[in-house]
Ligand binder design. Sequence first.
Ligand code: AMP
Ligand code: MG
Length: 429
Amino acid sequence: MISCMAAAPEPQALLSFADARHLVEEHAAKLRPSGKELVELVEGNGQILAEPVLADRNFPPFPRAMRDGYAVRSADIGQLPATLTVIGEIKAGAADDAIPALKPGDAAVIMTGAPAPPGADAVVMVEHTSRQGNQVQITKGVARGDNIVAAGSEAKRGERLLPPGVRLDYAAIAVAAAAGRSRLLVYRRPQVAVLATGDEIVDLDVLPAANQIRNSNSYSLAAQVEAAGGEAVLLPVAPDEPARLHELMADGFESDLLLLAGGVSMGKYDLVEQVLGEFGAEFFFTGALIQPGKPVVFGRVPRGAGAARDRSPSAPAHTYFFGLPGNPVSTMVTFELFVRPIVESLAGRTPQKLAFVHARLKAEIRTKTGLTRFLPAIFSGEFDRGEVELAPWHGSGDMAGMARSNCYLVVPPDRERIAAGEWVAVLLR
Ligand code: AMP
Ligand code: MG
């Protein structure tokens, strides 16, 4: 039976940005993915590796020339210019019996990617040589080891090239390919339920009346969930009515994580926290000193709160939830700041710290102190002259302004004014 009389949570916790983030990170560190699956190599792009990838041979498998030029014995090039006898040519892919050994005074023509011959300990770039018949004159000195990558120096056979928990990107996929892995074991993506709330919100199949607003939050959240490695499960929009909200939340708690959007402010019909209380929710914070997104809520309910949830002993003891403020930009920002680490951990990724980059501020900013602000901004410039300025926008409802931005400018809570030319923190997106 649904009780509409359940008490709203103690409004205990309004945390600083850093404290709220750290608290989420602590919880994220304890979460585990629910299973593994085998995928084709490129299909695994963006997923989290669930096994180590081992070197099946030495990397590189032979001492590899890094330049086109001449394989030499560095001891022969004490005096410049040095003249050496060319005894052969080694191309990439040359078999052992096509590789001449170098005696003192010898050199061999060698191509990038070819095995360095026995006796050689350096390669002189072709640019620093001149050739006459079977003689080559070396005009620039080399040290032992120059332009040769020793066999096994990148990794020895059997060594771990990639640990479980890394997100597969193009570099990791290259490594897996080089180790002969055409399939990889990755973690199963967590299911993340998305529940938009609000009497005024209608979904895309409905022509909105003048007083109605189209649901955009479910879709931005779905895109963010997928980008973080999860699988979004969109629930129907919930009205500001406790019984129906309860019913839809119960559906949401069947997923690995529930994201609610809207209904967490102080308004009379902001019912989300009250209805979460009916599930025995534990609240870790009910606000963070940020803008946009201050009313953000983070907590968990005991396992089994969902209607038909897996109640096996291996299932986690809790299901986490977030109540995100419904203003579209607030929803997006609070996902990036707080939800992302939880989704990533459920997806099996090794926990990541949030790091900002720095750029020069293009035009002065004035704000009020007290909140850490994550303001839609435009990062531009070229090469090492990156600069950033606030994007024109009309507050946290302005998703079109947000879409014209490409990053968040981070204003610390103690700054009222930041002058043009100062270094500022930026969160790229
Ligand atoms: P709330 O957080 O419920 O107070 O909502 C704050 C603002 O965000 C209101 O203007 C809502 O109409 C708007 N809003 C809430 N949910 C959504 C949604 N799913 N899609 C678009 N706008 C929303
Ligand atoms: Mg609302």
